[in-house]
Design a protein around this ligand. Structure first.
Ligand code: BDR
Ligand code: CA
Length: 306
C-alpha cells in the first residue's frame, strides 16, 4: 500500500549529517518537503544557507529555502566547524548553487507555509531551535496546524558539548525551553540513539559505489569528524528522518523534559523518566534504535537516489 506523503518543514544547519538527512528526505517517496529553513549552528547561517541551496541544486529539487536566524536568542553562537569543516560541508566541491533563497525570513516562510497548508505540518528541526522558538512566540496561531515536532537534539544521558548537553540544545537552550514548553507533541531523537547508530565500513563502502551521489557522500565522509570511516560515522540528523518514515525502528518513552539554561549542564535536556516530579508528559524520547535495520534503511535510501 502506498502511504500518503507527509508534509514536513526541515530546519537545518548543514553540516555533513544534515546533508545526508536532507538528501534522503528530499528523495523519499513518503515525505513531502514543503520548505527548508536554515539557522546558525554547525557554521554561520550564510554558510548553512549556501550549503542547503547547493544540496537542493545538486538533487535538482524545486523546494524553497529560507534563511533564518544568524545567532541564538540570548547567547553567542558556538559553532561546530571542527566536526564539519570551515564550510560546514568540507570535502566535496559542489557546483555553484542554481537555487536561490526566498527573500523572506525563515520564520515568515514557515508561518506562511503552515497557515496555508490544508494538512497539519510536521516540523523537523535538525539544528538549534532558534527559528522554531521564534515562530511559536511570534505566531502562536501556527500551533494549531503543526502536527508534531520531530527533532534531532538532546540526550537522556551524556552530552557531546559539555558533560550533559547535546550540541543543538546547547547552542540555544532558551529556544529549546520555549519549544519544550509549547504544548506541541515533540519527539526527541537524541544522542541516546544517534550516537549508537553508526555507519560502519560495511555501509560506507556500499555507499561509495553509488555513482555521483555515493562519490559526493564518500568525499564528505572522509572529512567528517563525527566519528571516522574506520570507527564508524555518527549520522545524528538522519535518525530524525528515519523516525518520520520508520518509527518502528525506535523504542520510545513518554516523559517530561526540562531544559537546563545555565551552569555546567547548560543546554541539557533533563528528563523525568520515572515521572516522579511531573503529572503529565511533554515529549516522546527515543531510548533505543534497531541499528542493523537503520543501517540498511540508510543504504537502501541512498541507493534509490541514483
Ligand atoms: C547535532 O549537532 C550537529 O553538529 C549535527 O549536525 C547534529 O544536528 C548532533 O549533536
Ligand atoms: Ca544538524
Amino acid at each position: 500500500m502506498i502511504k500518503e506523503k507527509r508534509p514536513i518543514i526541515i530546519d537545518t544547519d548543514p553540516g555533513i549529517d544534515d546533508a545526508v538527512a536532507l538528501s534522503i528526505a528530499l528523495n523519499h517517496p513518503e515525505l513531502d518537503v514543503q520548505l527548508l529553513t536554515t539557522v546558525a549552528g554547525n557554521v554561520n547561517v550564510h554558510k548553512t544557507t549556501e550549503n542547503t541551496l547547493k544540496l537542493v541544486s545538486f538533487f535538482e529539487k524545486q523546494v524553497p529555502v529560507a534563511k533564518g536566524c544568524d545567532k541564538p536568542l540570548l547567547i553567542q553562537l558556538e559553532d561546530s566547524a571542527e566536526i564539519h569543516g570551515e564550510s560546514g560541508m568540507d570535502g566535496y566541491d559542489f557546483p555553484k548553487a542554481t537555487a536561490k533563497a526566498l527573500d523572506i525570513h525563515a520564520v515568515e516562510a514557515m508561518k506562511d507555509c503552515i497557515l496555508s497548508s490544508s494538512e497539519p505540518i510536521t516540523l523537523v528541526p535538525i539544528a538549534a531551535l532558534t527559528n522554531i522558538a521564534l515562530l511559536l512566540s511570534m505566531y502562536p496561531e501556527t500551533k494549531q496546524n503543526i502536527k508534531e515536532i520531530v527533532m534531532m537534539g538532546g540526550s537522556l544521558s551524556r552530552g557531546n558539548t559539555n558533560t550533559s548537553a547535546e550540541f543543538n540544545t546547547y547552542v540555544d537552550p532558551h529556544a529549546a525551553q520555549i519549544v519544550f514548553q509549547s504544548g506541541i507533541p515533540i519527539v526527541m531523537v537524541g544522542l541516546d540513539v544517534t550516537s549508537t547508530a553508526l555507519l560502519t565500513k560495511n555501509e560506507t563502502e556500499k555507499i561509495k559505489a553509488f555513482g555521483k551521489v555515493g562519490n559526493m557522500f564518500y568525499s564528505l565522509f572522509q572529512h567528517y569528524r563525527g566519528g571516522s570511516l574506520q570507527t564508524g560515522l555518527k549520522m545524528h540528523d538522519v535518525c530524525a528522518i528515519a523516525y518520520l518514515t520508520d518509527p518502528d525502528l525506535f523504542t520510545v518513552q513518554e516523559t517530561f523534559i526540562e531544559i537546563a539554561l545555565d551552569g555546567p549542564a547548560a543546554g541539557a535536556t533533563v528528563a523525568d523518566l520515572k515521572m516522579k516530579y511531573h503529572d503529565s508528559t511533554n515529549a516522546t524520547a527515543c531510548l533505543d534504535i534497531d541499528i542493523p535495520a537503520f543501517q540498511k534503511w540508510v543504504v537502501s535510501n541512498l541507493e534509490k537516489i541514483n
